[in-house]
Design a binder for this molecule. Sequence first.
Ligand SMILES: Cc1cc2nc3c(=O)[nH]c(=O)nc-3n(C[C@H](O)[C@H](O)[C@H](O)COP(=O)(O)OP(=O)(O)OC[C@H]3O[C@@H](n4cnc5c(N)ncnc54)[C@H](O)[C@@H]3O)c2cc1C
Length: 402
Amino acid sequence: MSRRVLVTGGSIAGAASAFWLARVGFAVTVLESAPAFRPGGQNIDVRATGREALRRMGLEGAVRARNTGEVGTRFVDGDGTVVSEFGVDTAEGSEGPTAELEILRGALAQVVMDACEDSVAWRYGDRVTAVTQRDGGGVEVSYETGDDETYDLLVVAEGVGSRTRELVFGGEAQERTLGMYSAYGTIPRTPGDDDFWNVFHAPGSRQAALRPDDEGTIRANLNFLADSPVLDGLDDEQTRAALRERFADAGWQVPRILDGFDAADDLYVDWLRQVRVPTWHRGSVVLTGDAAWCVTPIGGGGASLAIAGAYVLAAYLSAADGTPAGDEAAFTAYDAWMRPLVEDAQDLPRGVPRLAAPKTALGVGALRLATKVAASKPVKTVAQKVTGGPQSTRQLPDLVEA
Ligand SMILES: Cc1cc2nc3c(=O)[nH]c(=O)nc-3n(C[C@H](O)[C@H](O)[C@H](O)COP(=O)(O)OP(=O)(O)OC[C@H]3O[C@@H](n4cnc5c(N)ncnc54)[C@H](O)[C@@H]3O)c2cc1C
């Protein structure tokens, strides 16, 4: 009989975990709290170790087929004049903002989900309300809808604000806020749009960006620094109004973005925070993806780490003997393999993200100049840090398929 595993969270980390855990012989159920698959999200990239894990899934081609079509990155000034330009980086472990494997977040989650074995069960619209570790291994979980179930393992892949993580790990997870909000939404494409990632900086620690997608629309993004989570607790209408107030005088194409956000049905706002948990497992429960180690888009590589983490976890479990002690050893090995990658991604250069969101017009001018000399060492180091993706010189562990 296959051992049963419950994966909570049906996004990139959850789907990738389901993919591999089914491959190594587990009977997998994925529980997603949203009522249906969440397709939204912006352009993300898969690089370095994540790309190698994707290759092992046989999905590099499928991801390439959903490429957003982005041809590079441009920093622009208020009237749209190009200040500096970076092409697509084709080298692995590359340094430029636009990677070779660029895909929409929802598209990546869908590609991975579609590749999962038919045996994987997907359950929507419910969440775990209690977890009890059983003597002798396994967990009993209670659901919001009232059911109880027993599983051999529980993999928590619920993203940065994971509730099940809090149930099992109590206050052990620490959040390190970066003091920055990101607001994302899809807006109509206009004839004047090109296929670059166009990035604009405005005084007042504000950024705006437009990126192409493969769906005929434009993915827009507004970022700003804040001392506290000022948008938390606001509903969508209040969020739109707050963004409008903050960005009213920013210039460039920001009025168009604000109008677009008014109509967007996928507005997604994120108070950027890293998650740090001293250990990612307890008994038969293990954390993965953003729930374990959110690096934020500033650290870069959240999707790559999610893909790599799923593989590494399944690889060590595939070599384990199925006893609680074997699971524990596998979780420990997974933690040891992934942690250096995560810590590296979370270790931001001094001044990031403040460096990328200057307060004054003078600072914005200096930043634009800096993008022009991006080949210079300090800028290159920062650029590589925030865009390079999780890179390990170690081989991924071997995985034994069932
Ligand atoms: C709708 C959406 C849009 C996003 N857009 C972007 C973007 O534009 N740019 C970017 O860089 N990153 C974005 N992200 C974050 C990005 O997907 C992650 O940083 C990264 O890919 C790691 O994925 P993850 O699966 O660990 O976490 P996430 O992608 O955050 O997925 C977590 C999943 O768990 C589900 N969930 C949450 N709580 C529970 C619960 N209690 N029980 C069951 N399921 C639960 C969520 O609904 C979600 O589907 C987005 C995430 C989501 C959910």
